[in-house]
Every structure is written in C-alpha cells, then in structure tokens.
Design a protein around this ligand. Structure first.
Ligand SMILES: Cc1ncc(C[n+]2csc(CCOP(=O)(O)OP(=O)(O)O)c2C)c(N)n1
Length: 577
C-alpha cells in the first residue's frame, strides 16, 4: 500500500512558469493519457499552457460538458484509472453537476478541474462565477479551491490520490484564473499528509475469522457481489471462493460480470428486475455475504422482507456503508481482494449445504428470464440476445437508463469484469453514448456497444460528432420504442394507463441524423432481419448507428412493485420444458 505521506522530488527546472504550466506538469507526472475538456474564459490560461506544453496526453473535446464527465466515467470504469475532466467556470462547471453526482453514486474515480473567476472577484457575482465548492460539496468525495499558486501542484496530487484510493470517487479542483496566470520561478513541494484519510485496506483478522465461522455453520449461504469486486479487481478471488465452498452467487446491477454470468453457480442479478432465483436465494438464505455492494433500495425492495432469515456479513472498504441500510451482524472493513484472499487462506469445514445449492440451481433452471418472440416486430430482448451472440459476450456494453438498460442487464450475459458500464445509482439518461466514447478511448482494442433508449440518446446525441471526429468504432444501438418506455411501463402498471408526457411520437429521423454526423446508419424493423443486421454492424470497421424499431408495449419483467418485497416479484414464468 502507498504511504499517505510521500515526498516527491522532481528535477528543478529553473525557468519562469505559470500556475497553468505547473498544472499541466502535474497531469504529466500523474501519467494521465487522456483528458476530456471544454475551454472557456476562466480556463483559457490552462488551455494556452496545454497548447504550449506539447503534453503527452490526448485532449478530447466533447460537445457538452455533460459529455465530458460521462466520458470520463466510462474511461474510469473500464480502465480502473482516473478519468480527468477540464471545464470552464460558471456554466461549464454547472453542466458537470449531473455527471459528478453520477460518479459519486457509482464510486467512480474522476478528477475534475474547473476554471474559476479570479480570487479578487470571487463572491461578487462576477461574469461566469458559480460557487463550485458550495455546489459540489455534497456530490464529491472531496473538493478544493486553489488560492495560492504554491498549493497547486500538491493539491493536484492529493486530488488524484483521494479519487483513486479507498472507495473511489470524484474530486473537484477549482482553479481561479489569476492563480493559473501567476508567474513563478519556484518549484513547490508536493508532499502531502492526510491524517484524517487513512482507508483500511487490510481487513482485521478477527472480522475475517468471524465470517469464516459463520460460513462454516451456514446451511443456506449466498454471496452477493457488487461493484466493489470490480474496483478491487477481485473477480478471480471471488470465483475461487465461490467454487471452493460451492456458494450460489448473486450480483447487483453494477456487480454484473464480477462473477461469470454463465457459471453454473451464477444466479444472476438480484433486485427490482433481477432473477427470481437470485431474489429467492437471498430471501431464504441463512447467511448473506455482501462483497462490495451498498444495499441500495432497488436491490433490497421493502427492507423488512430483505434476507429476513439471514445473518448478514458485509465486506466493504467504506465503513460508512456497513449497517447503513441493512442490519449487519458481521462487518469486514477492507478491500474485497484482501478479504477474499484472507478467507481463502483459512481452513473452513463447511456444513453440508448441497441440497440448498441444488434448490437454488433448480430455481434458476425453472424460472429463467423470459420474453415472447414475434415474427414481425422486434422484441427488444431478442435484439439484445443477438448482440450477445454476435459478440460472444466479450464486448464492453454501455447503456442509458430505462427499459433497454434492464433488458441489457438481463439478456447480455457478462462473463468477465469491467465490461458493463451503466449508471446504476443516479440512473442518468444520456449516459450511454458519452460513456461509450470514454470506454473506447480507454480500451481502443475492445468492441464497444452503446445500447441506448430513443429518449436518452436525444439527451447527449451531439457527442456523435466526437465519435466521428476520432473515428471511434462504437456501435450505437437505439432501442426505439417511440416512448420513454420505463416511464410508460410504470404509468401502465401503477397510474391506470395515463400516459402523461411519456410518448415520443416526434422523434428525429435517426438515420439522417447519423448521416449528418458522417456516420453509417442502419434501420431495422423486422425481427427476422435482426441477426443479419447485427452481423453487418459488427463487420463494419467504424462507427455505426442502428435505429431498431422494437415492439412498443413490451415490459421489463419480472419486477418487484414499489413497496413490495423481492419474494413478491410479478411477471415470473415457469419454464415449460
Ligand atoms: C436525466 C433523466 N431524466 C429523467 C429520468 C427519468 N426516467 C427514467 S427511465 C426514463 C425513460 C427512458 O426512456 P428511453 O431513453 O426512451 O428508454 P426506454 O425506457 O424506452 O428503454 C425516464 C424519463 C432519468 N432517469 N434521467
């Protein structure tokens, strides 16, 4: 583990430099390879320094600041490295707010630099002034305003350190224009000491022992894997642990892929649109071991019915998560990889739970996700299964939020980690396309598919210009049901079909739009044409946009209705064979 106080000695270059030059130098020292940015008045000194520096990183000019931040999130999610954003003051900074909140909710390491008006006019309602510190305090892991040039290099280092260690999260650094312009001939000390920030990485052996003892006695144990497994790069250890003790494994939405979806012990995603077998396993378990999930309400359903019989063990690097939503008997504070490695090292003689394993597997076989095929209009689930078949489950998949997101979670089987990029906690429409841009730039060798809704796509579709500019071979698939589908589903089920403002009958011609951006566009409207179109999409050596006209009234099932327990899922069907 890195020590919290590090002394940093760089060769001293004796020449005059601006604060902006020091900033660019800091990014180079952090080995940044990609910056997502958008210029403006208050940040111009930084842009000038970028121009002069010939820095060894690429700058991606998205078309809206929301695009920058989601792209940085996508980059961070698939690479594990911090996503870096530069925006100007005022409207540049406020356009980032949704994405910063999104990164906070999903624990993504993002470092955001905003320009600010000069220190002399802060607080005077100066042109393009916004209180970035006030606005971002509740939505960041930490934030800074630089008020002295001597602090700039140290703060930049601290920002990267805080964003990427412990539970990852967004950090904002607000840089006033006069600090960026100030000239200095000094080299400043960048060592830092953060006594109040000491994440526990190695779990306490006593906590590990208690968990091992509970596992040894359990008759109905279940694992729940969350995004923390991805962040800790603990998929191998999770698999070894599950296999060694023959444990059924469920995941959260963000945990998909942390355990291979095709593994015989995988029950799939739990929660509102999760599998019946995952939800029933948690409902009946006598020991639930949560690894890096935060017991969010879309996962738990009505809390009083969540794992009612289980002793809950919770492994998490953030102690504030433990016991926050669900009473926890066995807390384990630490990194998931360290905890699983320690558990694998202990000799545990388990009570025979083979009949339990069998029961959970039977549920999985008998109550799979289902949908009805049609000979005519495209069933969205079939569309997603076709993408899965064509990519053999190896693509990076990003989504917006809505029905298509849940169908992607249900019908694209993720067999490896860091392939699933979705907005889980905040549920942000417009996330899919810019996140795909960040993911493709972070992992140029991978196939990246953005599965988006016709509603969500229209929130950030201007980023197609970035796809074209950098010739990113992203495949954008619009699941076009001419509606805000998930809203319509809720209106149908819970508001007696009063479709208030949820129908999108005046969509643009997405093919012409693609062509306007200089990108190949394909429309598909018939179920039988789907396989050949999907083949064509992945054979095309460049970006493609597909307007897939799907059945309009399809619903995401199964589902836990609001206020209900997960064992009360509706829309569960028993397999006919
Ligand atoms: C920025 C934002 N605004 C509103 C919502 C509320 N919302 C959740 S799902 C949804 C409908 C999404 O429609 P679409 O993008 O067409 O996807 P579909 O559900 O049809 O697959 C809406 C409006 C949201 N999640 N995010």
């Amino acid at each position: 583990m890195k020590t919290q106080t590090e002394t940093h000695t760089q060769p001293v270059e004796q020449k005059l430099r601006t604060g902006a030059d020091l900033f660019v130098q800091s990014l180079v020292e952090e080995k940044v390879d990609t910056v997502f940015g958008y210029p403006g008045g208050a940040v111009l000194p930084i842009y000038d320094a970028l121009y002069r520096a010939d820095a060894p990183f690429q700058h991606i000019l998205c078309r809206h600041e929301q695009g920058l931040i989601h792209a940085a999130e996508g980059y961070a999610r698939v690479t594990g490295k911090p996503g870096v954003v530069i925006a100007t003051s005022g409207p540049g900074a406020t356009n980032l707010i949704t994405g910063i909140t999104d990164a906070m909710m999903d624990s993504l390491p993002v470092v955001v630099f905003t320009g600010q008006v000069s220190t002399a006019v802060i607080g005077s309602d100066a042109f393009q002034e916004a209180d970035v510190i006030g606005l971002t305090t509740p939505i960041t892991k930490h934030n800074y305003q630089v008020t002295d040039i001597k602090d700039l290099p140290r703060i930049t280092r601290e920002a990267f350190h805080i964003a990427t260690t412990g539970r990852p999260g967004p950090v904002v650094v607000d840089i006033p224009k006069n600090i960026a312009q100030e000239i200095t001939d000094k080299t400043f000390d960048t060592s830092f000491h953060l006594p109040g920030y000491q994440p526990t990485v190695k779990p306490n052996p006593l906590q590990i022992r208690r968990l091992a003892e509970a596992l040894a006695k359990a008759k109905k144990p279940v694992l729940l894997a969350g995004a923390g497994v991805h962040f800790a790069d603990a998929s191998e250890e999770l698999k070894a642990f599950a296999e060694k003790f023959e444990l059924p494994v469920t995941t959260t939405l963000l945990g998909l892929g942390s355990f291979p979806g095709g593994h015989e012990q995988a029950l799939g995603m739990a929660g509102m649109h999760g599998s019946y077998s995952a939800n029933m396993a948690i409902y009946e378990a006598d020991l639930l071991i949560n690894i890096g999930a935060r017991f969010d309400d879309r996962l738990t359903g009505a809390i009083q019915h969540f794992a009612p019989e289980a002793a809950v063990a919770h492994i998490d690097i953030d102690p504030a998560e433990i016991g926050k939503n669900i009473e926890t008997k066995i807390p384990v504070v630490g990194d998931a990889k360290e905890a699983l490695t320690a558990l694998l090292d202990i000799d545990i003689e388990c009570t025979d739970h083979s009949s339990w394993s069998e029961e959970t597997m039977n549920n999985k076989k008998e109550y799979p996700f289902w949908f009805e095929r049609s000979d005519d209009l495209i069933s969205p689930q079939w569309l997603i299964e076709s993408v899965h078949r064509e990519t053999d489950g190896h693509a990076i998949v990003t989504t917006d939020v809505g029905q298509h997101q849940m169908w992607a979670a249900q019908f694209y089987q993720f067999n490896s980690p860091h392939k699933w990029v979705t907005s889980g906690g905040l549920g942000t429409m417009g996330f899919g396309l810019p996140a795909a841009i960040g993911a493709q730039l972070g992992r140029p060798e991978e196939t990246v598919v953005a599965i988006v809704g016709d509603g969500g796509f229209q929130m950030t579709m201007q980023e197609m210009a970035v796809v074209k500019q950098h010739n990113l071979p992203i495949k954008v698939i619009i699941v076009n049901n001419e509606a805000l589908g998930m809203v319509r589903q809720w209106q149908e089920k819970f508001y007696e079909e009063r479709y208030s403002a949820s129908l999108m009958t005046e969509n643009p011609d997405f093919i012409k739009l693609a062509e306007g951006f200089g990108v190949k566009g394909i429309r598909v409207s018939k179920e039988t044409d789907v396989p050949s179109v999907i083949k064509e999409v992945f054979q095309h050596d460049g970006p493609v946009l597909v307007d897939a006209r799907v059945q309009k009234l399809d619903k995401v099932f199964p589902m836990v209705a609001p206020g209900k327990g997960n064992h009360e899922m509706i829309g569960v069907k028993q397999c006919e064979e």
